[in-house]
Design a protein around this ligand. Structure first.
Ligand SMILES: [Mn+2]
Length: 301
């Protein structure tokens, strides 16, 4: 028995990075049934993939499940984020039934209009200094290492010590201020556009609350929190803990098994003949001809 929703909103899966909880996400997708899905950015982490090619089967399973749902009638809209900004060049196009766009408007069952956007456009530090946010995501350690190399170079030319990390740290502190303004900026944008709410991602902080008269909805992420937003039949939006959803399903499956329905592993995929036709016997890189073309040195499998 699948969980039935009107709409799902997912963001920040970061597929292609080691942190992505792809297996759990694939299990959730297998367990749900819905009319529409919004992929709210940073679904694929190209920043990481460019550093090191990493694409295990579970990551492919997520993509395959989405394409399968699309094929079976779920309307899917993909709004690229900053980690998958390569896809922004395809805005306005449809791939495998998946509509790609910069942002979207969703009308809930109870007639409210929601602005759907990843949100990085409002994160000034990302807009002003892409390098800094890459360094920030890789960690403070990198800054220290850069600083050591920088000063080793300066010493070589007889120049005095100069703390690069200090300078960057001042900027990072600034970044924190920007992120704390993130929610406010999105709510302002929704108000300006006459929306009743805004759905976003980007800051990996799941949230559903009213800010003034605007409903602020953040999908969270699939790196740590494993959360998603769901819209019920009546238009009510709920923040769902994906792992709790699975635990509940497992408990129910256990009871069914005791009753003696004799079902095997619910996560095993039967190969859909349509998908087999699309991908051939080894559904690997063909999913992303664009990506494989971009990475001549990609090591696969
Ligand atoms: Mn982002």
């Amino acid at each position: 028995m699948k969980a039935r929703f009107r709409t799902l909103f997912l963001s920040d899966c970061h597929l292609g990075s080691g942190g992505a909880q792809a297996e759990q996400l694939a299990r959730v997708l297998k367990h749900v049934d819905c009319d529409a899905i919004f992929l709210v950015g940073d679904i694929i982490d190209m920043w990481r993939l460019k550093q090191r090619w990493y694409w295990p089967d579970a990551h492919n399973t997520v993509i395959r499940r989405l394409l399968k749902m699309s094929h079976r009638g779920t309307s899917i809209t993909y709004i690229p984020g900053n980690h998958d900004e390569f896809a922004r060049q395809f805005c306005g196009l449809v791939f495998g039934g998946i509509q790609i766009s910069m942002s979207a408007v969703h009308e809930t069952a109870d007639g409210r209009r929601l602005l759907v956007t990843h949100g990085d456009q409002f994160d000034l530090i990302v807009r002003n200094s892409r390098l800094l946010s890459i360094a920030g995501s890789t960690g403070y350690e990198l800054l220290l290492r850069l600083n050591r190399a920088y000063n080793a170079g300066r010493r070589l030319f007889g120049l005095p010590y100069d703390s690069l990390s200090q300078a960057i740290k001042a900027r990072v502190k600034q970044a924190c201020t920007f992120i704390s303004n993130f929610e406010g900026a999105l709510v302002d944008e929704a108000r300006r556009g006459g929306f009743d709410g805004v759905v976003c991602g980007h800051i990996h902080k799941a949230e559903r609350r009213m800010i003034g008269e605007i409903e602020y909805l953040n999908c969270g992420d699939w790196v740590e929190s494993c959360t998603l937003l769901v819209e019920h039949r009546d238009g009510r939006i709920e923040l769902v803990d994906g792992l709790a959803l699975l635990a509940e399903r497992d408990a129910r499956a256990e009871i069914e098994a005791e009753v003696g329905s004799g079902r095997s592993d619910p996560d095993m995929d039967e190969i859909d003949p349509w998908l087999a036709g699309v991908f051939g016997p080894t559904p690997r890189l063909e999913v992303f001809p664009v990506m494989s073309g971009m990475m001549p040195n990609a090591r696969v499998g």
